[in-house]
Every structure is written in structure tokens, then in C-alpha cells.
Design a protein around this ligand. Structure first.
Ligand code: C5P
Length: 340
């Protein structure tokens, strides 16, 4: 029997971009949040006798997904087999439910799920340090999917720290038809920084500032409970998602990519406004933003009715929508192997 693993989407509640590093990546601080919506990754693996080479075969029901070495699942399984020094015939079936458009980390989540499935199938696990190394090598936002829930990302996004979970909240995803290139969005951000520095405005925050920002977000998420809530991972019930998100906004959470991506694709700003604003003030989103470098945008709502109203507004504007909820760490890990 193959191992079937759920591969959840993420959004970035906020993302602050720091300076470009010597390795070409950018330092950043972000808060990732996993969502209930997911793909399925089905893995079967059979060990081969010594002297045989590994074979990795990927099938996907979505023709837009490459099934060769470019696929993140292929990359991570290849890396894992080499590090484990195991030859195996590995079959992976990707059942896509998530939009292929960027911002939701679908490819990264698929990779994390493929690794988890492979380890189960082979009945072996990589030593933790090696596991983290190949996960980070596959992509900056793959490590978050080993944890799930609300997660602080530092470094280039791969240094992940579990945070107390945001209570489960209604979430609407708006998926515009445009595709945003992440490397290009970073390059445009760099260009913007240079022009601002030349106008004597402060440039991108350095590593220390990013860490401070991360700490401010953690403190905002911990609310009045301070560090004890962080340590236990438990929030008092009176602190509902709306208050926490407002605290995060006060602590400076925003997505730096919005400035560059919205100037390239002005229609996305309009979609963000539709997500944010209901006709009645009460039904507006608690918080709405671009996820990652986009083009997916999201809104978080106080009730199912508010989310439904946002969906109607978006459908009226002919924007593709998905309805989902944020998902906490405990449920993320518990339901990972649920077959349907
Ligand atoms: O790590 P990942 O493969 O997802 O990154 C895709 C591209 O995005 C990188 O090749 C790099 O150009 C850019 N990137 C970056 N800084 C980061 C993450 C990604 O410049 N922190």
C-alpha cells in the first residue's frame, strides 16, 4: 500500500525583506500560516539490490506540473536517497487540489510530503540535522511544512520557529490569472531599495532589525500572556484571532512584496480591496494581504458568513476563489496521514 500524505498550503501573514546576501538569497522575516486546503502526495518505494540505480517516477493529474527533475518531489527524494545511501524504485502520484499559481507554497509542501512519505515507505528516517539540511536545500519554504501551524521564518525563510497557533480562522484565497516570478520580484525590490537609498531614505532592514521584528511579532502573537504563552504554545481563549491579527498589524506586519508586485500588476491591488472591504464595515476582512510574492491573495474573516460575502464579491468580479481555514499545528500533524 502506498503512503498517502496531505500536503497543505501556506500563506504568509507578513513578510519583510532584508538585504541580498552573498549567496544570492535575501534575508527575510516572515510569519507562515498553514491552511486546511491541501493536495495529496502518494508515495510508494521499493528498495533495490546493491548495484542498481534508483528510479523516481512522478505522475500528476495537472498537466501544468513538470514530472521530471524540475519537480520539487523529485529533487528531495533524490537528495534523501543519496544521503541514506539507499537505491530504490520510487513512484509518486500528485493529486493537485491547490492552485498552481504562486504564493501558497504548493511545490514546497509537495516536497515535504514526499520526504515524509518516502521515510515511511522505507521504514527509515534521516538523522534530524541531515533531514533539515536537504529540506532547506530543496527550497526556502519547505522546512515550515515539517512543522505546520503558525511559524516564524528567519534566515532566507528556512530557519523556522514554531509559534503559538493563531486560532482557526475562515480564509478566502483569491487566485488571479497572472503568474509572478519570485526571483524577479526580489530583484525589483532590490531596485526599489537602491533608488530609495539614493534619495537618502533608509534601505532594507539588516539582520538584527529582522530579528527584532520577528521578536515584536512573537510578542504580539503572545498577547498579554507574554513569554509563558510562547513557551507552552497555548493562548487564553479570550484572545481571538481578530485581536491577535490586529496586534500583529500594530507590530508592523505587512508584505514588502506588495509594493513591487502591485506596481507591476495593478489589478491585484483591486482584488485586495475586494477581499478587504465588505459593504458593511463589520463584514470586512480582519486582515488581507498578498501571500509570498503572489499572485495569490488572501483574506481572513470573523465568520463563515463574512467569508461567504467576500466570495460573492470576488465571483462578481470574475476572480477565481477558494474557501478554506487556517489550521493549527496539532491538527496539521494529526491529519497528515488521513487518507481522504
Ligand atoms: O528557495 P527557493 O527555491 O524557494 O527560492 C526561489 C528563488 O527566490 C531563489 O532562487 C532566489 O532567487 C529567490 N529567493 C531570495 N531570497 C529568499 C528566498 C528566495 O532571493 N529568501
Amino acid at each position: 500500500m502506498p503512503t498517502r500524505v496531505r500536503s497543505h498550503a501556506k500563506i504568509n501573514l507578513g513578510l519583510t525583506i532584508g538585504p541580498a546576501r552573498a549567496d544570492g538569497y535575501h534575508a527575510l522575516a516572515t510569519i507562515y500560516q498553514t491552511l486546511a486546503i491541501h493536495d495529496f502526495v502518494e508515495v510508494s518505494a521499493e528498495r533495490l539490490r546493491e548495484g542498481f540505480d534508483s528510479q523516481i517516477v512522478i505522475h500528476c493529474d495537472d498537466v501544468r506540473v513538470p514530472c521530471d527533475e524540475r519537480n520539487t518531489c523529485w529533487k528531495i527524494v533524490d537528495l534523501a536517497l543519496r544521503r541514506l545511501d539507499v537505491a530504490a524504485r520510487v513512484n509518486i502520484h500528485l493529486e493537485k487540489r491547490l492552485p498552481v499559481q504562486g504564493g501558497l507554497g504548493a511545490g514546497s509542501a509537495n516536497a515535504a510530503a514526499a520526504l515524509i512519505g518516502l521515510e515511511r515507505e522505507l521504514g527509515t528516517a534521516l538523522p534530524e540535522a541531515e533531514r533539515l539540511a536537504i529540506v532547506a536545500e530543496t527550497g526556502s519554504d519547505v522546512p515550515l511544512f515539517l512543522i505546520g501551524g503558525t511559524v516564524l521564518g528567519l534566515g532566507r525563510g528556512e530557519e523556522v520557529h514554531p509559534l503559538p497557533d493563531l486560532p482557526e480562522t475562515e480564509c478566502v484565497l483569491a487566485v488571479p490569472e497572472v503568474a509572478v516570478s519570485t526571483p524577479r520580484a526580489f530583484a525589483e525590490w532590490d531596485g526599489l531599495q537602491q533608488s530609495q537609498v539614493s534619495e537618502l531614505r533608509p534601505g532594507a532592514p539588516d539582520h538584527d532589525r529582522l530579528k527584532q521584528l520577528g521578536r515584536a511579532w512573537v510578542a504580539a502573537l503572545a498577547g498579554s500572556q507574554g513569554s509563558s504563552a510562547i513557551a507552552t504554545g497555548v493562548f487564553p481563549e479570550k484572545d481571538w484571532a481578530g485581536n491577535l491579527l490586529l496586534e500583529l498589524v500594530r507590530a508592523g506586519i505587512e508584505n514588502d512584496f506588495e509594493s513591487v508586485v502591485f506596481s507591476e500588476y495593478p489589478s491585484l491591488r483591486g482584488i485586495l480591496e475586494i477581499l478587504k472591504n465588505g459593504s458593511e464595515k463589520e463584514s470586512s476582512a480582519i486582515y488581507a494581504a498578498l501571500s509570498g510574492s503572489g499572485s495569490t491573495l488572501f483574506g481572513l474573516y470573523r465568520s463563515h458568513a463574512d467569508a461567504g460575502a467576500a466570495i460573492e464579491r470576488l465571483e462578481g468580479a470574475h476572480v477565481q476563489v477558494y474557501e478554506t481555514r487556517t489550521i493549527g499545528r496539532e491538527r496539521y500533524q494529526r491529519e497528515m496521514f488521513d487518507a481522504d
